[in-house]
Design a protein around this ligand. Structure first.
Ligand SMILES: Nc1ncnc2c1ncn2[C@@H]1O[C@H](COP(=O)(O)OP(=O)(O)OP(=O)(O)O)[C@@H](O)[C@H]1O
Ligand SMILES: [Mg+2]
Length: 229
Protein backbone atom coordinates (compact mmCIF):
# COMPACT_ATOMS: atom_id res chain seq x y z
CA UNK A 1 0.00 0.00 0.00
CA UNK A 2 2.88 2.36 0.85
CA UNK A 3 6.21 2.33 -1.00
CA UNK A 4 9.14 4.61 -0.30
CA UNK A 5 11.94 4.36 -2.87
CA UNK A 6 15.17 6.05 -1.78
CA UNK A 7 13.29 8.97 -0.28
CA UNK A 8 15.35 11.99 0.73
CA UNK A 9 13.93 15.19 2.13
CA UNK A 10 15.96 18.31 2.81
CA UNK A 11 14.12 21.21 4.40
CA UNK A 12 15.28 24.66 3.38
CA UNK A 13 18.39 25.66 5.26
CA UNK A 14 18.62 22.37 7.12
CA UNK A 15 20.23 18.94 6.82
CA UNK A 16 18.44 15.89 5.53
CA UNK A 17 15.31 15.18 7.58
CA UNK A 18 14.97 11.89 5.63
CA UNK A 19 17.98 10.29 4.02
CA UNK A 20 17.58 7.53 1.42
CA UNK A 21 14.60 5.84 3.08
CA UNK A 22 13.28 2.72 1.36
CA UNK A 23 10.38 0.88 2.93
CA UNK A 24 7.12 -0.87 2.23
CA UNK A 25 3.97 -1.17 4.27
CA UNK A 26 1.37 -3.70 3.23
CA UNK A 27 -2.40 -3.33 3.29
CA UNK A 28 -3.81 -4.30 6.68
CA UNK A 29 -0.54 -3.89 8.58
CA UNK A 30 -0.04 -2.09 11.88
CA UNK A 31 3.38 -0.46 11.88
CA UNK A 32 5.13 1.55 14.59
CA UNK A 33 7.48 4.35 13.68
CA UNK A 34 9.95 5.17 16.43
CA UNK A 35 13.16 7.08 16.98
CA UNK A 36 14.40 10.07 18.94
CA UNK A 37 12.98 13.57 18.69
CA UNK A 38 14.02 15.13 15.39
CA UNK A 39 14.69 11.74 13.75
CA UNK A 40 12.19 12.49 10.98
CA UNK A 41 9.05 10.63 12.10
CA UNK A 42 6.58 13.45 11.42
CA UNK A 43 8.35 14.17 8.13
CA UNK A 44 7.96 10.55 7.07
CA UNK A 45 4.25 10.61 7.94
CA UNK A 46 3.81 13.89 6.05
CA UNK A 47 5.34 12.17 3.02
CA UNK A 48 2.64 9.49 3.25
CA UNK A 49 -0.21 12.01 3.21
CA UNK A 50 1.74 14.18 0.76
CA UNK A 51 1.93 17.27 2.88
CA UNK A 52 5.63 17.18 2.06
CA UNK A 53 7.27 15.74 -1.05
CA UNK A 54 10.72 14.22 -1.60
CA UNK A 55 13.49 16.51 -2.88
CA UNK A 56 12.95 17.31 -6.53
CA UNK A 57 16.51 16.32 -7.39
CA UNK A 58 17.38 12.71 -6.50
CA UNK A 59 14.76 12.70 -3.74
CA UNK A 60 13.23 9.38 -4.68
CA UNK A 61 9.55 8.58 -4.78
CA UNK A 62 6.58 7.82 -2.56
CA UNK A 63 3.74 5.67 -3.86
CA UNK A 64 0.48 5.15 -1.99
CA UNK A 65 -1.90 2.72 -3.63
CA UNK A 66 -5.45 1.73 -2.85
CA UNK A 67 -5.67 -0.94 -5.53
CA UNK A 68 -4.15 -1.05 -8.99
CA UNK A 69 -6.38 1.70 -10.40
CA UNK A 70 -5.83 4.03 -7.51
CA UNK A 71 -2.16 4.85 -7.19
CA UNK A 72 -0.86 8.17 -5.93
CA UNK A 73 2.71 9.00 -6.87
CA UNK A 74 4.56 11.84 -5.15
CA UNK A 75 6.10 12.78 -8.50
CA UNK A 76 2.82 13.07 -10.32
CA UNK A 77 -0.03 13.76 -7.93
CA UNK A 78 -1.06 17.35 -8.43
CA UNK A 79 -2.19 19.55 -5.57
CA UNK A 80 -5.74 19.49 -6.97
CA UNK A 81 -5.87 15.71 -6.52
CA UNK A 82 -4.61 15.79 -2.98
CA UNK A 83 -8.03 16.48 -1.49
CA UNK A 84 -9.54 13.39 -3.10
CA UNK A 85 -6.52 11.39 -1.97
CA UNK A 86 -6.82 12.58 1.63
CA UNK A 87 -10.46 11.52 1.82
CA UNK A 88 -9.21 7.96 1.74
CA UNK A 89 -6.93 8.62 4.69
CA UNK A 90 -7.43 9.31 8.35
CA UNK A 91 -4.83 11.59 9.88
CA UNK A 92 -4.25 12.13 13.60
CA UNK A 93 -1.97 15.15 13.88
CA UNK A 94 0.69 15.54 16.56
CA UNK A 95 -1.10 18.71 17.72
CA UNK A 96 -4.70 17.39 17.18
CA UNK A 97 -5.91 20.35 15.05
CA UNK A 98 -9.42 20.27 16.55
CA UNK A 99 -11.84 23.07 15.70
CA UNK A 100 -12.04 25.22 18.83
CA UNK A 101 -15.43 26.74 18.01
CA UNK A 102 -17.20 23.40 17.57
CA UNK A 103 -18.13 20.81 20.14
CA UNK A 104 -17.01 17.19 20.13
CA UNK A 105 -19.94 16.00 18.04
CA UNK A 106 -19.38 18.66 15.38
CA UNK A 107 -15.62 18.11 15.29
CA UNK A 108 -16.24 14.48 14.38
CA UNK A 109 -19.17 15.26 12.06
CA UNK A 110 -17.23 17.89 10.14
CA UNK A 111 -15.49 15.51 7.73
CA UNK A 112 -18.82 13.84 6.96
CA UNK A 113 -20.58 17.13 6.29
CA UNK A 114 -17.83 18.09 3.85
CA UNK A 115 -18.35 14.87 1.91
CA UNK A 116 -22.10 15.45 1.72
CA UNK A 117 -23.66 12.71 3.85
CA UNK A 118 -27.31 12.89 5.00
CA UNK A 119 -27.69 14.33 8.47
CA UNK A 120 -29.41 11.22 9.89
CA UNK A 121 -26.49 9.11 8.62
CA UNK A 122 -24.00 11.57 10.08
CA UNK A 123 -25.66 11.38 13.47
CA UNK A 124 -25.59 7.59 13.52
CA UNK A 125 -21.98 7.47 12.39
CA UNK A 126 -20.79 10.07 14.91
CA UNK A 127 -22.47 8.18 17.75
CA UNK A 128 -20.81 4.97 16.60
CA UNK A 129 -17.39 6.67 16.51
CA UNK A 130 -17.89 8.29 19.91
CA UNK A 131 -18.77 4.89 21.36
CA UNK A 132 -15.70 3.30 19.74
CA UNK A 133 -13.39 5.91 21.24
CA UNK A 134 -15.21 6.27 24.57
CA UNK A 135 -16.02 9.96 24.26
CA UNK A 136 -19.85 9.92 24.01
CA UNK A 137 -20.33 11.46 27.46
CA UNK A 138 -18.43 14.58 26.32
CA UNK A 139 -20.27 15.06 23.03
CA UNK A 140 -21.38 18.64 23.78
CA UNK A 141 -18.05 19.77 25.21
CA UNK A 142 -15.75 22.22 23.45
CA UNK A 143 -12.09 21.27 22.90
CA UNK A 144 -10.67 23.73 25.46
CA UNK A 145 -12.61 21.97 28.23
CA UNK A 146 -11.31 18.50 27.33
CA UNK A 147 -8.38 16.68 28.89
CA UNK A 148 -5.42 15.72 26.69
CA UNK A 149 -6.60 12.13 26.46
CA UNK A 150 -10.12 13.18 25.54
CA UNK A 151 -8.81 15.47 22.81
CA UNK A 152 -6.71 12.69 21.44
CA UNK A 153 -9.75 10.40 21.31
CA UNK A 154 -11.78 13.06 19.47
CA UNK A 155 -8.93 13.41 16.97
CA UNK A 156 -8.98 9.66 16.38
CA UNK A 157 -12.77 9.53 16.05
CA UNK A 158 -12.60 12.34 13.50
CA UNK A 159 -9.83 10.61 11.56
CA UNK A 160 -12.01 7.49 11.38
CA UNK A 161 -15.15 9.30 10.21
CA UNK A 162 -14.86 8.43 6.54
CA UNK A 163 -13.82 4.84 7.16
CA UNK A 164 -10.29 5.39 5.87
CA UNK A 165 -8.28 2.63 4.23
CA UNK A 166 -5.20 4.02 5.90
CA UNK A 167 -4.79 5.75 9.26
CA UNK A 168 -1.69 7.83 9.93
CA UNK A 169 -1.25 8.79 13.59
CA UNK A 170 1.53 11.08 14.80
CA UNK A 171 2.21 10.42 18.49
CA UNK A 172 -1.44 9.80 19.32
CA UNK A 173 -0.47 8.80 22.86
CA UNK A 174 2.02 11.62 23.47
CA UNK A 175 1.38 13.39 26.81
CA UNK A 176 -0.95 10.67 28.05
CA UNK A 177 -0.60 8.70 31.27
CA UNK A 178 0.06 4.97 30.79
CA UNK A 179 -3.57 3.98 31.26
CA UNK A 180 -4.90 6.46 28.69
CA UNK A 181 -2.04 5.68 26.31
CA UNK A 182 -2.97 2.02 26.45
CA UNK A 183 -6.61 2.92 25.85
CA UNK A 184 -5.86 4.98 22.76
CA UNK A 185 -3.57 2.22 21.48
CA UNK A 186 -6.32 -0.36 22.00
CA UNK A 187 -8.68 1.79 19.92
CA UNK A 188 -6.12 1.92 17.10
CA UNK A 189 -5.66 -1.84 17.29
CA UNK A 190 -9.41 -2.33 17.07
CA UNK A 191 -9.51 -0.07 14.02
CA UNK A 192 -6.69 -2.12 12.48
CA UNK A 193 -8.54 -5.37 13.18
CA UNK A 194 -11.42 -4.02 11.14
CA UNK A 195 -9.07 -3.81 8.14
CA UNK A 196 -7.60 -0.30 8.24
CA UNK A 197 -3.84 -0.07 7.74
CA UNK A 198 -2.31 1.89 10.62
CA UNK A 199 1.03 3.72 10.79
CA UNK A 200 1.70 5.14 14.23
CA UNK A 201 4.64 7.27 15.33
CA UNK A 202 5.38 6.85 19.01
CA UNK A 203 8.00 7.38 21.70
CA UNK A 204 6.29 4.96 24.01
CA UNK A 205 8.24 1.71 24.52
CA UNK A 206 5.48 0.31 26.72
CA UNK A 207 3.29 0.10 23.63
CA UNK A 208 5.66 -1.21 20.99
CA UNK A 209 7.74 -3.34 23.37
CA UNK A 210 4.88 -5.65 24.19
CA UNK A 211 3.18 -5.94 20.84
CA UNK A 212 3.82 -8.13 17.82
CA UNK A 213 3.70 -5.33 15.25
CA UNK A 214 6.59 -4.35 13.02
CA UNK A 215 8.67 -1.39 14.10
CA UNK A 216 10.49 1.02 11.80
CA UNK A 217 13.26 2.84 13.62
CA UNK A 218 14.45 6.19 12.37
CA UNK A 219 17.70 7.77 13.45
CA UNK A 220 18.69 11.15 12.05
CA UNK A 221 16.64 10.57 8.93
CA UNK A 222 17.82 7.06 8.21
CA UNK A 223 16.07 3.78 8.82
CA UNK A 224 18.15 2.16 11.52
CA UNK A 225 17.50 -1.52 10.94
CA UNK A 226 17.32 -2.81 7.39
CA UNK A 227 15.80 -6.14 8.33
CA UNK A 228 12.67 -4.43 9.55
CA UNK A 229 11.78 -3.27 6.04
N1 LIG B 1 9.14 22.78 8.18
C1 LIG B 1 10.42 22.53 8.53
N2 LIG B 1 11.42 23.35 8.15
C2 LIG B 1 12.72 23.11 8.47
N3 LIG B 1 13.11 22.04 9.19
C3 LIG B 1 12.15 21.18 9.61
C4 LIG B 1 10.76 21.38 9.31
N4 LIG B 1 10.05 20.37 9.85
C5 LIG B 1 10.95 19.57 10.47
N5 LIG B 1 12.21 20.06 10.33
C6 LIG B 1 13.45 19.43 10.83
O1 LIG B 1 13.54 18.12 10.29
C7 LIG B 1 14.00 17.20 11.28
C8 LIG B 1 12.96 16.11 11.49
O2 LIG B 1 11.79 16.67 12.08
P1 LIG B 1 10.49 15.82 12.39
O3 LIG B 1 9.46 16.76 12.87
O4 LIG B 1 10.19 14.95 11.24
O5 LIG B 1 11.04 14.90 13.61
P2 LIG B 1 10.25 13.93 14.60
O6 LIG B 1 10.97 12.63 14.58
O7 LIG B 1 8.80 13.92 14.26
O8 LIG B 1 10.47 14.63 16.01
P3 LIG B 1 9.52 14.67 17.33
O9 LIG B 1 9.68 13.32 17.98
O10 LIG B 1 10.12 15.76 18.14
O11 LIG B 1 8.12 14.95 16.88
C9 LIG B 1 14.29 18.03 12.54
O12 LIG B 1 15.67 18.35 12.53
C10 LIG B 1 13.44 19.27 12.34
O13 LIG B 1 14.02 20.37 12.97
MG1 LIG C 1 7.10 14.52 15.25
Amino acid sequence: MIHFQHVTKTYKGSWKALDDVTLQIAKGEFVFLTGPSGAGKSTLLKMIYMDERPDALRGGQVLVSFGSENVYDSRQTRDAEIQRFRRMLGIVFQDFKLLDDRDVFENIAFALRVTGHRSSDIRARVFELMALTGISHRRNAFPHTLSGGERQRVAIARAMANDPLLLVADEPTGNLDPENARRVFDILRKINERGTTVVMATHNPELYGSSPFRRLILDRGRLAAKDYI
